[in-house]
Design a protein around this ligand. Sequence first.
Ligand SMILES: Nc1ncnc2c1ncn2[C@@H]1O[C@H](COP(=O)(O)OP(=O)(O)OP(=O)(O)O)[C@@H](O)[C@H]1O
Ligand SMILES: [Mg+2]
Length: 461
Amino acid sequence: MASIGVESIPGARRLIKSLRDMGYEFEAAVADLIDNSIAARASTIRINPHWDGANSFVSIADNGLGMSAQELREALRFGSERDYDDDDLGKFGLGLKTASLSQCKRLVVASRQNESRADINAYCWDMSHIEATNKWEILPVRTADLPEVARLHLKETTGTVVIWQELDRILGYNNPNGEPARRRLIEMCGKLEEHVAMVFHRFLENKVRGKRLAIYFNEHKVMPWDPFVANEPKRKSLEPLSLRVEGHGGRSDIVFEPHVLPAQSMFSSPEAHKRASGPSQWNRQQGFYIYRADRLIQSGGWCSIRTLDEHLKLARIAVFFQPKLDEEFKINVPKMKVAFPAEIRSDLEKAVKIWTKVADETYRNANKTVAGASPPPVPTNPATLVGKATSLKTPASTTTASALAAAAGSSTSIVLASRSGGGVTIEELTRVGKLLKRVAKPDEMQAIDAAVVRAHSTLED
Ligand SMILES: Nc1ncnc2c1ncn2[C@@H]1O[C@H](COP(=O)(O)OP(=O)(O)OP(=O)(O)O)[C@@H](O)[C@H]1O
Ligand SMILES: [Mg+2]
């Protein structure tokens, strides 16, 4: 039967202008291209900003699989089609175009797929052409017209080079040849390196199986920035938590790995403390670090579970989820922000109370020590709390009575101050257990008993 549908093709001129304003920041736009290079199995990515006034450009070159002419034309289509792996960084078929055109008016993509022949395919999206024709047309680009950096790169290896030309958004000045425009490019590139070092740190540290990666920025190697300072001896890693979600894409676990960083005075050196501060500085870097397929989407902040707090700036929690749960995490095209699935929020709130309590105490104790007072005790024995909806475990290395109270859902905050200045005694623990039971609801009794018994046995050990 003949279709009665009438094709309604979007107006290229107007729609492409709107798509330029999707809300990408420069760093996030480059990160989107790096995603593509990783998905194309690149092991080396080279980012080169090139200053030449109005002719300035940024190139991102990889040594991945490259694309045939046909694949390249499809890649440049808005809403391009391909099959995605379970841990694929791509999703929408848009990033290459939307990220690039959010920063520039001319996007050139050159690619070489064949290892034995140095044939290069290249096409471009050119805003002036769209303005003139109002058509969804890409234009072929001759190899001879490519910037030298692209030609040289693809002479050596298969892979893809993305070139951003006519950097109207990056230079952002009426006079793109002027000194302010040059300074702006340099400044943005400084931030870019920091961002890339953070977002892809797991790949740069070779923590992602089968995906070794090196990124060079102007020929200099980007060193990973680890938000959790794994090499600091005084860092505390608390017990991980795993929450299962039935997503639209299938069942999958969200894994939380909470860490409490050392206070300033406990860092191995002032430089190490400064480095750990991160792109947005200590206070704003507290909270969740949310990874989708090992790529960092959101760094810091509490996702409306609580507010930022100076006393909690040592708390950093890694959160890992797989693309199966994209819908539940409400991932969007720029992949800069997500939200937690509603069904895990109440369990997560309980866990956050425990984690932040430890961070708060670590911070306060260190400050007291610095001020010359003897530090109050932080018990070093683990206690396991069996919660209602989920298995919530308190930190493996530290727990406190007040954390127990918080975990049991009590609004009463009980702080144990040991007279001796040593660890918590069995008598004190028993007293806390009794106090907790006074304020607990009937269905919380069992969890408190379990926690106290467990804490007792570890104390006796
Ligand atoms: N560097 C590259 N090497 C090889 N193929 C690439 C590269 N960049 C893009 N592609 C191809 O172009 C397609 C379109 O990329 P684009 O970023 O627009 O969408 P996506 O990665 O599929 O999804 P998303 O919009 O979530 O990023 C990719 O699916 C991939 O097939
Ligand atoms: Mg992509």
